[in-house]
Ligand binder design. Structure first.
Ligand code: HEM
Length: 420
Protein backbone atom coordinates (compact mmCIF):
# COMPACT_ATOMS: atom_id res chain seq x y z
CA UNK A 1 0.00 0.00 0.00
CA UNK A 2 2.78 2.43 0.95
CA UNK A 3 4.65 1.76 -2.28
CA UNK A 4 1.55 2.28 -4.33
CA UNK A 5 0.77 5.45 -2.47
CA UNK A 6 4.11 7.09 -3.08
CA UNK A 7 4.72 5.45 -6.45
CA UNK A 8 1.72 7.27 -7.79
CA UNK A 9 2.69 10.79 -6.90
CA UNK A 10 5.42 11.18 -9.54
CA UNK A 11 6.92 14.18 -7.84
CA UNK A 12 4.88 16.95 -9.45
CA UNK A 13 3.08 19.31 -7.13
CA UNK A 14 -0.29 18.74 -8.74
CA UNK A 15 0.43 15.01 -8.86
CA UNK A 16 1.19 15.08 -5.15
CA UNK A 17 -2.05 16.84 -4.36
CA UNK A 18 -3.93 14.44 -6.66
CA UNK A 19 -2.45 11.48 -4.81
CA UNK A 20 -3.19 13.04 -1.42
CA UNK A 21 -6.82 13.52 -2.38
CA UNK A 22 -7.06 9.79 -2.70
CA UNK A 23 -4.84 8.67 0.17
CA UNK A 24 -4.36 11.32 2.87
CA UNK A 25 -6.91 11.03 5.70
CA UNK A 26 -6.73 14.78 6.41
CA UNK A 27 -7.65 15.59 2.82
CA UNK A 28 -10.35 12.94 2.92
CA UNK A 29 -11.93 14.71 5.90
CA UNK A 30 -12.22 17.90 3.83
CA UNK A 31 -11.31 17.36 0.18
CA UNK A 32 -12.79 20.55 -1.22
CA UNK A 33 -9.75 22.83 -0.98
CA UNK A 34 -7.70 20.17 -2.73
CA UNK A 35 -10.29 19.84 -5.49
CA UNK A 36 -10.20 23.58 -6.01
CA UNK A 37 -6.43 23.58 -6.15
CA UNK A 38 -6.45 20.79 -8.72
CA UNK A 39 -9.10 22.47 -10.83
CA UNK A 40 -6.83 25.48 -11.01
CA UNK A 41 -3.80 23.42 -12.11
CA UNK A 42 -4.93 21.79 -15.34
CA UNK A 43 -8.07 20.32 -16.82
CA UNK A 44 -6.57 16.86 -16.48
CA UNK A 45 -4.25 16.29 -13.53
CA UNK A 46 -2.19 13.12 -13.59
CA UNK A 47 -1.11 11.20 -10.50
CA UNK A 48 0.87 8.81 -12.66
CA UNK A 49 -1.90 6.26 -13.04
CA UNK A 50 -5.10 8.22 -13.50
CA UNK A 51 -5.80 11.61 -15.09
CA UNK A 52 -8.47 13.37 -13.09
CA UNK A 53 -10.98 15.97 -14.24
CA UNK A 54 -12.46 18.48 -11.82
CA UNK A 55 -14.43 20.88 -13.99
CA UNK A 56 -18.11 20.45 -14.77
CA UNK A 57 -17.78 20.71 -18.57
CA UNK A 58 -15.14 18.04 -18.92
CA UNK A 59 -16.58 15.63 -16.34
CA UNK A 60 -20.03 15.83 -17.97
CA UNK A 61 -18.59 15.40 -21.47
CA UNK A 62 -16.45 12.36 -20.58
CA UNK A 63 -19.47 10.68 -18.95
CA UNK A 64 -21.39 11.09 -22.22
CA UNK A 65 -18.55 10.20 -24.56
CA UNK A 66 -19.04 7.10 -26.74
CA UNK A 67 -15.27 6.55 -26.56
CA UNK A 68 -15.08 5.55 -22.89
CA UNK A 69 -16.20 2.55 -20.86
CA UNK A 70 -16.54 1.87 -17.14
CA UNK A 71 -13.42 0.69 -15.37
CA UNK A 72 -14.98 -2.70 -14.59
CA UNK A 73 -15.82 -3.16 -18.24
CA UNK A 74 -12.31 -2.30 -19.38
CA UNK A 75 -9.67 -4.80 -20.41
CA UNK A 76 -6.51 -3.04 -19.31
CA UNK A 77 -3.29 -3.06 -21.32
CA UNK A 78 -0.76 -5.67 -20.07
CA UNK A 79 1.15 -3.17 -17.95
CA UNK A 80 -1.91 -2.39 -15.83
CA UNK A 81 -3.28 -5.90 -15.75
CA UNK A 82 -1.12 -6.90 -12.80
CA UNK A 83 -2.39 -3.97 -10.78
CA UNK A 84 -6.04 -4.60 -11.44
CA UNK A 85 -5.59 -8.30 -10.70
CA UNK A 86 -4.27 -7.31 -7.29
CA UNK A 87 -7.57 -5.55 -6.68
CA UNK A 88 -10.36 -8.04 -7.32
CA UNK A 89 -9.72 -11.69 -6.45
CA UNK A 90 -12.79 -12.92 -4.61
CA UNK A 91 -16.32 -13.01 -5.97
CA UNK A 92 -17.42 -9.97 -7.93
CA UNK A 93 -18.67 -7.11 -5.76
CA UNK A 94 -21.64 -4.87 -6.53
CA UNK A 95 -19.63 -2.64 -8.87
CA UNK A 96 -17.62 -5.31 -10.66
CA UNK A 97 -18.64 -7.36 -13.66
CA UNK A 98 -21.38 -8.41 -14.23
CA UNK A 99 -22.93 -5.54 -12.25
CA UNK A 100 -24.59 -2.87 -14.42
CA UNK A 101 -21.85 -0.51 -13.32
CA UNK A 102 -19.17 -2.60 -15.00
CA UNK A 103 -20.89 -3.54 -18.25
CA UNK A 104 -21.05 -1.32 -21.32
CA UNK A 105 -22.61 -1.09 -24.74
CA UNK A 106 -25.31 -3.51 -25.81
CA UNK A 107 -25.00 -5.82 -22.80
CA UNK A 108 -25.46 -2.84 -20.52
CA UNK A 109 -28.51 -1.61 -22.45
CA UNK A 110 -30.04 -5.11 -22.31
CA UNK A 111 -29.52 -5.42 -18.55
CA UNK A 112 -30.63 -1.88 -17.74
CA UNK A 113 -33.82 -2.17 -19.77
CA UNK A 114 -35.07 -5.01 -17.59
CA UNK A 115 -35.03 -2.98 -14.39
CA UNK A 116 -35.59 0.59 -15.54
CA UNK A 117 -39.39 0.42 -15.34
CA UNK A 118 -39.27 -0.28 -11.61
CA UNK A 119 -37.48 3.05 -11.06
CA UNK A 120 -39.54 5.30 -13.37
CA UNK A 121 -41.06 8.56 -12.10
CA UNK A 122 -44.44 6.83 -11.97
CA UNK A 123 -43.10 3.88 -9.98
CA UNK A 124 -41.37 6.24 -7.54
CA UNK A 125 -44.52 8.34 -7.08
CA UNK A 126 -46.42 5.18 -6.17
CA UNK A 127 -43.86 4.43 -3.43
CA UNK A 128 -44.14 7.79 -1.67
CA UNK A 129 -47.01 6.92 0.68
CA UNK A 130 -45.34 3.68 1.73
CA UNK A 131 -42.04 5.54 2.27
CA UNK A 132 -43.85 8.04 4.52
CA UNK A 133 -45.23 5.15 6.60
CA UNK A 134 -41.76 3.61 6.88
CA UNK A 135 -40.36 6.98 7.97
CA UNK A 136 -43.06 7.37 10.63
CA UNK A 137 -42.31 3.89 11.96
CA UNK A 138 -38.60 4.48 12.10
CA UNK A 139 -39.11 7.82 13.84
CA UNK A 140 -40.94 5.94 16.60
CA UNK A 141 -37.81 3.80 16.90
CA UNK A 142 -35.58 6.87 16.95
CA UNK A 143 -37.72 8.36 19.69
CA UNK A 144 -37.50 5.15 21.71
CA UNK A 145 -33.71 5.17 21.32
CA UNK A 146 -33.71 8.79 22.48
CA UNK A 147 -35.77 7.81 25.55
CA UNK A 148 -33.18 5.12 26.32
CA UNK A 149 -30.60 7.87 26.25
CA UNK A 150 -28.90 7.59 22.85
CA UNK A 151 -30.52 8.38 19.50
CA UNK A 152 -28.20 8.00 16.54
CA UNK A 153 -29.58 9.46 13.35
CA UNK A 154 -27.53 7.26 11.03
CA UNK A 155 -27.99 3.98 12.90
CA UNK A 156 -31.66 4.46 13.82
CA UNK A 157 -33.01 6.28 10.77
CA UNK A 158 -30.95 7.38 7.76
CA UNK A 159 -29.63 3.89 6.98
CA UNK A 160 -32.77 1.93 7.78
CA UNK A 161 -35.14 3.99 5.69
CA UNK A 162 -33.59 3.37 2.25
CA UNK A 163 -32.68 -0.20 3.24
CA UNK A 164 -36.32 -0.93 4.06
CA UNK A 165 -37.62 0.66 0.86
CA UNK A 166 -35.23 -1.17 -1.45
CA UNK A 167 -35.63 -4.50 0.37
CA UNK A 168 -39.41 -4.27 -0.05
CA UNK A 169 -39.07 -3.30 -3.72
CA UNK A 170 -36.77 -6.20 -4.45
CA UNK A 171 -38.56 -8.75 -2.34
CA UNK A 172 -35.68 -9.24 0.10
CA UNK A 173 -36.44 -9.86 3.80
CA UNK A 174 -36.61 -6.56 5.70
CA UNK A 175 -35.66 -8.31 8.94
CA UNK A 176 -32.20 -8.71 7.40
CA UNK A 177 -31.73 -4.94 7.04
CA UNK A 178 -28.98 -4.74 9.64
CA UNK A 179 -27.11 -7.55 7.90
CA UNK A 180 -27.49 -5.83 4.50
CA UNK A 181 -26.18 -2.58 5.97
CA UNK A 182 -23.19 -4.43 7.41
CA UNK A 183 -22.37 -6.14 4.10
CA UNK A 184 -22.87 -2.86 2.24
CA UNK A 185 -20.50 -0.99 4.53
CA UNK A 186 -17.84 -3.65 3.97
CA UNK A 187 -18.37 -3.69 0.21
CA UNK A 188 -18.06 0.11 0.13
CA UNK A 189 -14.36 -0.10 1.01
CA UNK A 190 -13.75 -1.88 -2.27
CA UNK A 191 -14.60 1.35 -4.13
CA UNK A 192 -11.62 3.15 -2.63
CA UNK A 193 -8.28 3.07 -4.40
CA UNK A 194 -5.45 2.01 -2.13
CA UNK A 195 -7.63 0.78 0.73
CA UNK A 196 -5.69 -0.46 3.74
CA UNK A 197 -5.33 -4.20 4.19
CA UNK A 198 -7.86 -4.77 7.01
CA UNK A 199 -10.50 -2.93 4.97
CA UNK A 200 -9.59 -5.03 1.93
CA UNK A 201 -10.05 -8.22 3.93
CA UNK A 202 -13.33 -7.04 5.38
CA UNK A 203 -14.66 -6.04 1.95
CA UNK A 204 -13.69 -9.39 0.40
CA UNK A 205 -15.33 -11.29 3.24
CA UNK A 206 -18.52 -9.21 3.22
CA UNK A 207 -18.84 -9.36 -0.55
CA UNK A 208 -18.39 -13.14 -0.49
CA UNK A 209 -21.05 -13.57 2.19
CA UNK A 210 -23.40 -11.16 0.48
CA UNK A 211 -22.98 -13.00 -2.82
CA UNK A 212 -23.54 -16.40 -1.25
CA UNK A 213 -26.70 -15.17 0.45
CA UNK A 214 -27.99 -13.55 -2.76
CA UNK A 215 -27.41 -16.75 -4.76
CA UNK A 216 -29.48 -18.67 -2.24
CA UNK A 217 -32.12 -15.98 -2.19
CA UNK A 218 -32.46 -15.99 -5.99
CA UNK A 219 -33.06 -19.76 -5.74
CA UNK A 220 -35.74 -19.16 -3.11
CA UNK A 221 -37.38 -16.54 -5.35
CA UNK A 222 -37.28 -19.03 -8.21
CA UNK A 223 -39.19 -21.59 -6.12
CA UNK A 224 -41.51 -19.15 -4.42
CA UNK A 225 -41.66 -15.75 -6.16
CA UNK A 226 -43.44 -12.83 -4.47
CA UNK A 227 -45.40 -11.25 -7.33
CA UNK A 228 -44.81 -7.57 -7.95
CA UNK A 229 -41.26 -7.55 -6.58
CA UNK A 230 -38.27 -6.72 -8.76
CA UNK A 231 -36.46 -9.98 -8.05
CA UNK A 232 -39.50 -12.03 -9.05
CA UNK A 233 -39.65 -10.04 -12.32
CA UNK A 234 -35.92 -10.50 -12.92
CA UNK A 235 -36.07 -14.23 -12.32
CA UNK A 236 -39.11 -14.60 -14.59
CA UNK A 237 -37.51 -12.52 -17.37
CA UNK A 238 -34.35 -14.59 -17.10
CA UNK A 239 -35.98 -18.00 -16.95
CA UNK A 240 -38.65 -17.34 -19.55
CA UNK A 241 -36.86 -15.06 -22.01
CA UNK A 242 -33.23 -15.71 -21.17
CA UNK A 243 -32.80 -12.01 -20.32
CA UNK A 244 -29.96 -12.55 -17.84
CA UNK A 245 -27.76 -15.53 -17.07
CA UNK A 246 -27.48 -16.58 -13.42
CA UNK A 247 -24.28 -14.68 -12.70
CA UNK A 248 -25.77 -11.52 -14.19
CA UNK A 249 -28.95 -12.00 -12.22
CA UNK A 250 -27.09 -12.23 -8.91
CA UNK A 251 -24.86 -9.30 -9.89
CA UNK A 252 -27.78 -7.02 -10.74
CA UNK A 253 -29.62 -8.04 -7.58
CA UNK A 254 -26.57 -7.27 -5.41
CA UNK A 255 -26.03 -3.89 -7.06
CA UNK A 256 -29.68 -2.89 -6.73
CA UNK A 257 -29.83 -3.80 -3.07
CA UNK A 258 -26.50 -2.20 -2.10
CA UNK A 259 -26.91 0.91 -4.29
CA UNK A 260 -30.39 1.29 -2.83
CA UNK A 261 -29.11 2.22 0.63
CA UNK A 262 -25.34 2.66 0.57
CA UNK A 263 -25.57 6.14 -0.98
CA UNK A 264 -28.94 7.46 0.17
CA UNK A 265 -27.92 7.04 3.83
CA UNK A 266 -25.13 9.52 3.10
CA UNK A 267 -27.42 11.97 1.35
CA UNK A 268 -29.79 12.03 4.34
CA UNK A 269 -26.96 12.35 6.89
CA UNK A 270 -25.11 15.03 4.92
CA UNK A 271 -28.32 17.01 4.44
CA UNK A 272 -29.15 16.89 8.16
CA UNK A 273 -25.72 18.29 9.01
CA UNK A 274 -26.02 21.05 6.40
CA UNK A 275 -29.50 22.02 7.56
CA UNK A 276 -28.72 22.00 11.27
CA UNK A 277 -25.68 24.16 10.62
CA UNK A 278 -27.81 26.74 8.82
CA UNK A 279 -30.96 27.68 10.77
CA UNK A 280 -31.88 30.37 8.24
CA UNK A 281 -32.13 27.83 5.44
CA UNK A 282 -34.13 25.53 7.67
CA UNK A 283 -36.50 28.39 8.60
CA UNK A 284 -36.91 29.20 4.93
CA UNK A 285 -37.90 25.58 4.21
CA UNK A 286 -40.40 25.63 7.06
CA UNK A 287 -42.04 28.69 5.57
CA UNK A 288 -41.72 27.55 1.94
CA UNK A 289 -41.86 23.76 1.86
CA UNK A 290 -42.05 23.95 -1.94
CA UNK A 291 -38.26 24.39 -1.86
CA UNK A 292 -37.65 20.96 -0.30
CA UNK A 293 -37.11 19.25 -3.61
CA UNK A 294 -34.46 21.78 -4.57
CA UNK A 295 -32.93 21.57 -1.10
CA UNK A 296 -32.26 17.87 -1.67
CA UNK A 297 -30.47 18.65 -4.93
CA UNK A 298 -28.48 21.40 -3.24
CA UNK A 299 -27.32 18.92 -0.59
CA UNK A 300 -26.39 16.45 -3.34
CA UNK A 301 -24.39 19.17 -5.07
CA UNK A 302 -22.55 20.50 -2.04
CA UNK A 303 -21.78 17.20 -0.27
CA UNK A 304 -21.95 14.59 -3.00
CA UNK A 305 -22.43 11.10 -1.55
CA UNK A 306 -20.46 9.60 -4.47
CA UNK A 307 -17.43 11.83 -4.77
CA UNK A 308 -15.89 10.36 -7.88
CA UNK A 309 -16.09 7.76 -10.56
CA UNK A 310 -13.77 6.86 -13.44
CA UNK A 311 -13.77 5.75 -17.04
CA UNK A 312 -11.29 4.06 -19.37
CA UNK A 313 -10.69 5.46 -22.85
CA UNK A 314 -11.15 2.82 -25.55
CA UNK A 315 -10.03 4.82 -28.61
CA UNK A 316 -8.11 8.03 -29.19
CA UNK A 317 -10.57 10.89 -29.06
CA UNK A 318 -11.14 14.54 -28.23
CA UNK A 319 -13.60 15.35 -25.47
CA UNK A 320 -14.52 18.92 -24.52
CA UNK A 321 -11.26 20.12 -26.06
CA UNK A 322 -9.02 17.56 -24.34
CA UNK A 323 -7.10 14.84 -26.18
CA UNK A 324 -7.64 11.41 -24.65
CA UNK A 325 -5.74 8.34 -25.74
CA UNK A 326 -6.83 4.72 -25.83
CA UNK A 327 -5.94 2.93 -22.61
CA UNK A 328 -5.93 6.01 -20.39
CA UNK A 329 -7.87 5.99 -17.13
CA UNK A 330 -9.80 9.17 -16.42
CA UNK A 331 -10.91 10.03 -12.88
CA UNK A 332 -14.11 12.03 -12.83
CA UNK A 333 -14.42 13.97 -9.60
CA UNK A 334 -18.16 14.54 -9.48
CA UNK A 335 -17.94 16.41 -6.18
CA UNK A 336 -15.40 18.86 -7.64
CA UNK A 337 -17.50 19.44 -10.77
CA UNK A 338 -20.39 20.21 -8.43
CA UNK A 339 -18.43 23.13 -6.98
CA UNK A 340 -17.19 24.49 -10.28
CA UNK A 341 -17.52 28.29 -9.92
CA UNK A 342 -18.14 28.64 -13.66
CA UNK A 343 -21.42 26.80 -13.25
CA UNK A 344 -22.38 27.41 -9.61
CA UNK A 345 -22.09 30.94 -8.26
CA UNK A 346 -20.47 31.10 -4.82
CA UNK A 347 -20.19 27.30 -4.98
CA UNK A 348 -19.38 26.58 -1.31
CA UNK A 349 -22.60 28.27 -0.16
CA UNK A 350 -25.57 26.11 0.84
CA UNK A 351 -28.55 27.78 -0.80
CA UNK A 352 -31.75 25.77 -0.96
CA UNK A 353 -33.19 28.24 -3.48
CA UNK A 354 -30.22 28.03 -5.87
CA UNK A 355 -31.74 28.14 -9.36
CA UNK A 356 -29.46 25.56 -10.98
CA UNK A 357 -28.81 23.24 -8.03
CA UNK A 358 -30.10 20.28 -10.06
CA UNK A 359 -27.38 20.78 -12.67
CA UNK A 360 -25.06 18.81 -10.36
CA UNK A 361 -23.44 15.57 -11.48
CA UNK A 362 -23.93 13.73 -8.18
CA UNK A 363 -25.89 11.04 -10.02
CA UNK A 364 -23.28 10.85 -12.79
CA UNK A 365 -24.39 11.18 -16.42
CA UNK A 366 -24.52 9.39 -19.75
CA UNK A 367 -25.50 5.72 -20.06
CA UNK A 368 -24.72 4.89 -16.40
CA UNK A 369 -26.73 7.81 -14.97
CA UNK A 370 -28.00 6.64 -11.60
CA UNK A 371 -30.97 4.39 -12.05
CA UNK A 372 -32.23 5.24 -8.57
CA UNK A 373 -31.94 9.04 -8.82
CA UNK A 374 -35.69 9.65 -8.63
CA UNK A 375 -36.08 7.14 -5.81
CA UNK A 376 -33.20 8.65 -3.83
CA UNK A 377 -34.57 12.19 -4.22
CA UNK A 378 -38.03 11.09 -3.07
CA UNK A 379 -36.67 9.09 -0.11
CA UNK A 380 -34.47 11.95 1.05
CA UNK A 381 -37.26 14.51 0.82
CA UNK A 382 -39.68 12.27 2.71
CA UNK A 383 -37.06 11.34 5.30
CA UNK A 384 -35.92 14.91 5.99
CA UNK A 385 -39.37 16.47 6.11
CA UNK A 386 -40.77 13.76 8.38
CA UNK A 387 -37.76 14.04 10.69
CA UNK A 388 -37.86 17.81 11.05
CA UNK A 389 -41.65 17.90 11.36
CA UNK A 390 -41.57 15.39 14.20
CA UNK A 391 -38.56 16.92 15.94
CA UNK A 392 -38.47 20.66 15.16
CA UNK A 393 -35.76 21.18 17.79
CA UNK A 394 -33.51 18.40 16.53
CA UNK A 395 -29.85 19.11 17.31
CA UNK A 396 -26.53 17.31 17.05
CA UNK A 397 -25.43 15.83 20.37
CA UNK A 398 -21.72 15.92 19.76
CA UNK A 399 -19.80 15.84 16.49
CA UNK A 400 -21.00 13.33 13.91
CA UNK A 401 -18.41 10.77 12.80
CA UNK A 402 -17.36 10.73 9.16
CA UNK A 403 -17.12 7.44 7.30
CA UNK A 404 -13.55 6.55 6.41
CA UNK A 405 -14.50 5.74 2.82
CA UNK A 406 -13.32 8.19 0.20
CA UNK A 407 -15.49 7.53 -2.80
CA UNK A 408 -18.58 7.47 -0.61
CA UNK A 409 -18.87 10.56 1.56
CA UNK A 410 -21.14 10.58 4.56
CA UNK A 411 -21.34 9.82 8.27
CA UNK A 412 -21.45 6.51 10.07
CA UNK A 413 -22.53 7.85 13.45
CA UNK A 414 -24.54 10.93 14.34
CA UNK A 415 -25.70 11.32 17.95
CA UNK A 416 -28.69 13.64 18.12
CA UNK A 417 -30.89 15.30 20.72
CA UNK A 418 -34.50 15.08 19.63
CA UNK A 419 -35.94 17.79 21.85
CA UNK A 420 -34.65 21.18 22.92
C1 HEM B 1 -25.41 4.41 -10.62
C2 HEM B 1 -25.10 7.89 -7.29
C3 HEM B 1 -29.03 6.17 -5.07
C4 HEM B 1 -29.10 2.47 -8.15
C5 HEM B 1 -25.02 5.53 -9.91
C6 HEM B 1 -23.90 6.36 -10.27
C7 HEM B 1 -23.81 7.33 -9.33
C8 HEM B 1 -24.86 7.11 -8.38
C9 HEM B 1 -22.79 8.47 -9.25
C10 HEM B 1 -23.05 6.18 -11.52
C11 HEM B 1 -21.62 5.88 -11.29
C12 HEM B 1 -20.85 5.98 -12.57
O1 HEM B 1 -21.27 6.67 -13.52
O2 HEM B 1 -19.77 5.38 -12.66
C13 HEM B 1 -26.14 7.73 -6.40
C14 HEM B 1 -26.42 8.61 -5.30
C15 HEM B 1 -27.54 8.12 -4.68
C16 HEM B 1 -27.94 6.93 -5.39
C17 HEM B 1 -25.61 9.84 -4.95
C18 HEM B 1 -28.29 8.61 -3.48
C19 HEM B 1 -28.17 9.79 -2.98
C20 HEM B 1 -29.42 5.03 -5.72
C21 HEM B 1 -30.57 4.24 -5.38
C22 HEM B 1 -30.58 3.19 -6.23
C23 HEM B 1 -29.45 3.34 -7.14
C24 HEM B 1 -31.59 4.54 -4.28
C25 HEM B 1 -31.64 2.12 -6.22
C26 HEM B 1 -31.45 0.88 -6.46
C27 HEM B 1 -28.10 2.68 -9.06
C28 HEM B 1 -27.80 1.76 -10.14
C29 HEM B 1 -26.73 2.32 -10.85
C30 HEM B 1 -26.40 3.58 -10.20
C31 HEM B 1 -28.50 0.45 -10.44
C32 HEM B 1 -26.03 1.72 -12.07
C33 HEM B 1 -26.67 2.24 -13.30
C34 HEM B 1 -25.96 1.78 -14.55
O3 HEM B 1 -24.76 1.46 -14.51
O4 HEM B 1 -26.63 1.72 -15.59
N1 HEM B 1 -25.59 6.00 -8.76
N2 HEM B 1 -27.06 6.73 -6.42
N3 HEM B 1 -28.77 4.47 -6.80
N4 HEM B 1 -27.26 3.77 -9.13
FE1 HEM B 1 -27.23 5.28 -7.85
Amino acid sequence: HGVLRYGLARGTRAGNVAARVMYDPAVVADPYAAYEHLRGQARLVSNGLVRSAHDHDLVAAVLRSPDVVTIGGFRPPPLLRGLTRLAGRGPAGPVEKPSLLAVDGLDHARMRKIVIRSFSAKAVARLRTRTEAIAADLLDGLEAAGARGGADLVRDYAGLLPATVIAEMLGAPTDMRAQFLHWGAGAAFSLDPGMVYPDFRRSEKDIAEFERWMRGHVERVRRDPVPGTILADLVAASDEQGALDDTELVGVAMLLLAAGFETTVNLIGNAVVLLLADPDQLALLREHPEHWENAVDEALRLESPVQRTARAVVRDTEVAGEQLRAGQLVGLVLAAANRDPRVFEDPARFDVTRANAAAHLAFSGGPHYCLGAGLARMEAEVALRALLDRFPDLALDGPPRRRRTRVLRGYDAMPVRLRG
